[in-house]
Design a binder for this molecule. Sequence first.
Ligand SMILES: C[S@@+](CC[C@H](N)C(=O)[O-])C[C@H]1O[C@@H](n2cnc3c(N)ncnc32)[C@H](O)[C@@H]1O
Length: 252
Amino acid sequence: MNADRFDAWTESLLERHLRELTLREVGRALKQLTQDYVQQRHRLAGGALEGRGKRAAFALYYGTRHFLLVREVLKRLAPPTGPDLPILDLGCGTGVAGAAWALETGPGARVTGYDTMTWAIDEARRTYRDLGVRGGALKQDIARLRWPDGPLAVMAAFTVNELADTERAKLRQRLLDNAAGGGRTLIVEPLARPITRAWWNDWAGAFTRAGGRADEWHFDLPLPERIHVMGKAAGLNPRELGARTLWLNGTG
Ligand SMILES: C[S@@+](CC[C@H](N)C(=O)[O-])C[C@H]1O[C@@H](n2cnc3c(N)ncnc32)[C@H](O)[C@@H]1O
């Protein structure tokens, strides 16, 4: 993807979300959202994103960061390019992670995002359109997803920690089966241990035994200036980007 397209996407995000809110207001909402979500572990699907300010903060700050983060991780994991497998983005939020994978895959890649939040689905559709990604987003609980046939490229960024234990266990098996059939999976979660304590080691063990890998990443990446300023105003460190990932590339 060329830099112009990324710039146009973030400009359009800023223009839309700052139409009725100031940068300061969104900065305040970002601070609150970060406290609720990151520090107190309220689930996004459980109401942490109520209110225009918090949604704007999520779309602008976390959306942009998650896009850049997933793109950097994929550059290093170097999955096969070419539109061979349909991409599924579980808990797609504003669509950024699946879009990043589609763009790294190359022309023709197609992504379907799933989320339970209506506003996120609308945002995801715009993200795909603005970034020139083929795909769509559907309102769908992952727990009740009717999985498409065949090997799939499955992405779940900052989502697995939001699932109930039984759903998470079912998903893990589904992803291992997908890899055994030639599919691949990228799981992205925060570096903070408490968020994934209950299940990370179990998943990492299962993925590595199946031929995958578990990594921790630390990047220093610039954000667009106004989004950087918003992060600073919220007391965050916008340049620091980190995550842990599980990667499994099945051989079929
Ligand atoms: C932290 S957000 C991450 C969004 C996006 N993947 C990203 O990287 O920016 C987690 C998302 O998972 C969604 N989610 C949580 N549980 C879900 C479920 N059971 N089915 C579908 N979506 C779910 C939430 O609504 C939320 O949009």
